[in-house]
Design a protein around this ligand. Structure first.
Ligand code: F6P
Length: 325
């Protein structure tokens, strides 16, 4: 990741508008989910900036009041062509906001509409698959640092540096576990996906895109804090769950759900950030925000093994790219 680029963008925005009062995150599908860590960071670390996340067409059709020259809008689209996200980027600029766009595709329609482009990797390796969300978090960290100061800025920078190797080392070690996951869950019709904190977006992304879109397996997303307020009624022996356990402040919520699941002998796969040494690269002051990257990198291997076990490639679709909708 090119952090100098992130700094240059935020500094340029500040030179044009020193009174930013909100940062909005807009995208569709997995790209919206990848924006979640940035949104979560600002909503927890800023005392001044309002932060919100929208699926693009909600931003387009029910645009929040107060969006204008004091707003930064961060949009994202992996391929850069999703019409709703392209339209949101255009709309955000028409409203006079400062628009930064993350995309893998340099000359894509979304990049043509934006003011500040960030072109990220994806296919190179597993760490690259987390680059979009990492850039989004980096923008959020830099925005808070520039506009009000962030106490743990240097610790965050150290964590950014350590993440790519941590992810690549983690994925090398998970092969057998991922294979076991694929074999165990291959015939499931439903998999419940749980997490909390900054990784809630990873749970949503895994459930909605890796499982529902790419494997056609029903997959409710459940916040581990909310699990006890309804969803736990479905817990029973061998019911299939996937937990993304965080290392950080919300670990207590995840552990509480895990204990209850174990009590009823549910079938649980726990992708625990602690098992991959996240705390070796991220200090306790910033660790919460880096869980999504390790969870995403590791989950990709699990999804690949599930696809293999089910003989259902991750690229297979019934409707997407085939029908007009
Ligand atoms: O990130 P992009 O290119 O805008 O693509 C969004 C599309 O990709 C997915 O995130 C994953 O296929 C879909 O959910 C969504 O429709």
């Amino acid at each position: 990741m090119d952090f100098e680029k992130v700094k240059a963008i935020v500094s340029d925005i500040k030179s044009k508008q020193p009174n930013i009062d909100r940062v909005l995150f807009v995208g569709c599908g997995a790209s919206m989910a990848d924006l979640y860590p940035g949104y979560y960071f600002i909503s927890h670390e800023s005392t001044k900036l309002l932060s919100a996340i929208y699926t693009a067409n909600e931003f387009n059709y029910d645009t929040p009041k107060g969006v204008g020259e004091n707003t930064i809008v961060i949009t994202a689209s992996l391929g850069g062509t999703t019409p709703e996200s392209v339209a949101a980027t255009k709309k955000a600029r028409e409203l006079g906001t400062h628009v930064v766009t993350l995309s893998m595709a340099e000359d894509s329609p979304i990049i043509k509409e934006t003011e500040y482009k960030v072109v990220h990797g994806f296919h190179e390796n597993y760490a690259a698959k987390t680059e979009k969300m990492t850039y989004c978090l980096a923008l959020a960290v830099e925005i808070v640092q520039e506009f009000e100061g962030y106490e743990f800025y240097d610790e965050a920078l150290d964590a950014f540096k350590g993440m790519p190797d941590l992810i690549e080392n983690a994925v090398k070690s998970v092969g057998p576990m991922a294979k076991e996951f694929g074999e165990k869950y291959r015939d499931e019709k439903t998999i419940y996906v749980l997490s909390s904190g900054a990784s809630l977006g990873v749970a949503y992304s895994t459930a909605s895109f890796l499982f529902m879109e790419m494997q056609w397996i029903a997959a409710p997303t459940v916040h581990t804090g909310e699990y006890f307020h309804g969803p736990f009624e479905l817990t029973e022996k061998d019911a299939p769950y996937l937990l993304f356990m965080n290392d950080g402040k919300t670990r207590h919520l995840d552990a509480r759900a895990l204990t209850f699941l174990q009590r009823f002998d549910a079938q649980i796969t726990n992708i625990d950030a602690k098992d991959y040494g996240l705390n070796e690269v991220a200090s306790e002051n910033v660790i919460d925000y880096f869980n999504p990257m390790i969870h995403t990198g590791v989950m990709r291997v699990f999804a690949e093994e599930l696809a293999k076990a089910r003989k259902h490639p991750l690229t297979k679709r019934r409707y997407m790219w085939k029908l007009t909708y």
